[in-house]
Design a protein around this ligand. Structure first.
Ligand code: NAP
Length: 246
């Protein structure tokens, strides 16, 4: 049976993608940030996956560290034998207007959201090239396509993911490895719980469907991109935004 590795899968969209890919029949490698709280949440996600009849295992790693990613990829390969799908989901925000943003705020977001993608594309891309098959999906954002006030760091990291996705698609395509990205809009998760009521109202005015998405509405698109049905789809960025007009 095939194996999927999902980063930052202890909560939110990542947890939902893990259970969705478990339903699709993948064994699940759940990456979580190395903290007790994340581990406890990830255990619950693993239990849900096992209830669906697949194997699931936790792999603690801070994805902004190349060494920790390398250890994790080796451990997943040893435990499951192959890595057939990779979902680069881990991400953070540290918002602030451009003129007030500190260098630390900028660098922290780039390290987790962008540099981690380099680590995982390189390490898992190597495994998949040797296997001559694989599916990679990274979580970009509408902020990377259109920009968003207060998110110059986040927008930069998510725009970079789009360029990296297209480049990796060109480099890995001949080995039957597809590389795509999804660009979600406003999804109900702990990340967007942090927004004020006024920010939410303003954002929804721009959305044709006038509602937030559920994490499952992102997971279903990721599921498609990891399926046999998407065998000739690569280098694409699929917007999941309910018709965002910015
Ligand atoms: P979330 O609820 O905050 O979940 C993100 C997960 O990533 C958390 O479990 C987090 O752990 C983990 N993580 C953070 N830094 C990590 C690191 N260095 N190493 C390993 N794991 C780490 O966010 P979400 O809303 O589900 O977002 C998931 C992805 O979708 C992100 O890439 C986000 O940018 C993208 N996205 C979300 C939305 C939205 O509206 N929610 C829209 C567009 C794109 P901790 O809790 O310990 O930090």
């Amino acid at each position: 049976m095939a194996t999927a590795l999902i980063t930052g899968a202890s909560q939110g969209i990542g947890a939902c993608i893990a259970t969705r890919l478990a339903k699709d029949g993948y064994h699940i490698a759940i990456n979580h940030y190395p903290s007790d709280g994340d581990k406890a949440n990830a255990e619950k996600v693993a239990a849900e996956c096992r209830d669906l009849g697949v194997e699931a295992e936790l792999f603690a790693a801070d994805v902004s560290s190349y060494d920790q990613c390398e250890e994790m990829v080796k451990a997943v390969k040893t435990r499951f034998g192959t890595i057939d799908a990779l979902v680069n989901n881990a991400g953070i925000t540290k918002d602030g207007l451009l003129v007030r943003m500190s260098e630390e705020q900028y660098d922290a977001v780039i390290a987790v959201n962008q540099k981690s993608i380099f680590h995982m594309l390189k390490l898992v891309g190597t495994v998949m090239m040797r296997q001559r098959s694989g599916r990679i999906v990274s979580l970009a954002s509408v902020a990377g396509l259109y920009g968003n006030p207060g998110q110059v760091n986040y927008s930069a990291s998510k725009a970079a993911i789009i360029g990296m996705t297209k480049t990796a698609a060109k480099e890995l395509g001949s080995r039957n490895v597809t590389v795509n990205a999804v660009a979600p809009g406003f999804i109900k998760t702990p990340m967007t719980d942090a927004l004020t009521e006024e920010q939410r109202k303003k954002m929804l005015e721009l959305v044709a469907m006038k509602r937030y998405a559920e994490p499952s509405e992102v997971a279903s698109v990721v599921s498609f991109l990891c399926s046999d049905d998407a065998s000739y789809v690569t280098g694409q960025v699929i917007e999941i935004s309910g018709g965002l007009m910015m």
